[in-house]
Design a protein around this ligand. Structure first.
Ligand code: NAD
Length: 264
């Protein structure tokens, strides 16, 4: 399943709420990042997608059915500080503001602990944690300068317990994302910047399909209180709320969205 084939739009979104806002979504070319790009652009935000697999702007606009003028798309590895610096600088030069950062880029190799090499360990920590750190560091000066900002970091149920499919490096990384989120929330709340994490359970994305064998997602979800796999747009709706003015009093939170998985 390609990212574009896997994309399903949610029920109608009422527009306008994020008009004038400027956002960056890492990992915005697939799965929940792609759905978040859709949710923010549909509400009027300009969204720059930063992804290893960045699609062209026209292709992205056609997949999401939003105006191409609201979209930017740059091929970036979130572990590369120089590439990130150039991408953030180009958006800031063009729009002179950055209001929203969503860190959704991630990898979750399902490697058993005894087979994890030091290189693979470092790569999983680099993409999931170091990339999030680098993007937060680049975004915060502009947000603080504007007196308003929203950061949403993708953790996981793996950040609260252990991963269903990913390895120990992934579980460790998603715990790390929560630590970073809480630290930044405490530090920058007085500047008008909220920093939250979302902790999705099993969501139907190319990542989940690639790390679990056929049918395993559905079987795992059968025992959930809401007995099905989650949809990317359901997580994107949560992110869209967290980056809105309506969520101004929520910061440092690690919000579960998992069909009730964790209460079992
Ligand atoms: P996905 O694989 O569909 O999308 C992830 C995107 O990140 C891809 O477009 C990929 O190209 C990009 N990416 C990977 N490494 C990158 C790098 N170094 N630089 C830039 N971009 C990079 O995955 P998804 O399931 O939508 O995952 C989104 C986030 O949610 C991830 O952080 C993941 O760990 C987390 N998560 C996923 C699930 C799930 O069930 N799918 C559950 C909990 C948390």
């Amino acid at each position: 399943m390609t990212a574009a084939e896997g994309f399903r739009a949610p029920m109608a979104i009422d527009g306008g709420e994020l008009e004038g806002r400027v956002a960056i979504v890492t990992g915005g070319a697939s799965g929940m990042g792609l759905a978040t790009t859709h949710a923010l652009a549909r509400r009027g935000a300009t969204v720059m997608v930063l992804d290893l697999a960045a699609p062209g702007r026209a292709e992205l606009a056609s997949t999401l059915d939003v105006a191409a003028s609201l979209l930017r798309s740059v091929a970036v590895d979130v572990t590369d500080g120089d590439e990130l610096q150039r991408a953030f600088a180009s958006l800031l030069e063009e729009r002179s503001r950055l209001d929203i950062l969503v860190n959704a880029a991630g990898i979750a190799p399902p490697t058993p602990f005894e087979d994890i090499t030091a290189a693979e360990w470092n790569r999983v920590l680099a993409v999931n944690v170091h990339g999030t750190f680098l993007c937060c560091r680049l975004a915060l000066p502009a947000m603080r300068g504007g007196g308003w900002g929203r950061i949403v970091n993708f953790s996981s149920t793996a950040g609260k317990t252990i991963s269903t499919a990913g390895g120990a490096h992934y579980t460790t990384a998603k715990h790390g994302v929560l630590g970073l989120t809480r630290h930044l929330a405490k530090a920058y709340g007085p500047d008008g910047v909220t920093v939250n994490a979302v902790c999705p359970g099993l969501i139907d994305t190319p990542m989940a399909r690639s790390v679990l064998p056929d049918g395993a997602l559905e079987r795992a979800a059968e025992s959930f209180p809401v007995p099905r796999v989650g949809e990317p747009w359901e997580v994107a709706e949560l992110v869209a709320f967290l980056v809105s003015d309506r969520a101004a009093y929520i910061t440092g939170a690690a919000v579960d969205i998992n069909g009730g998985d964790l209460i079992i």
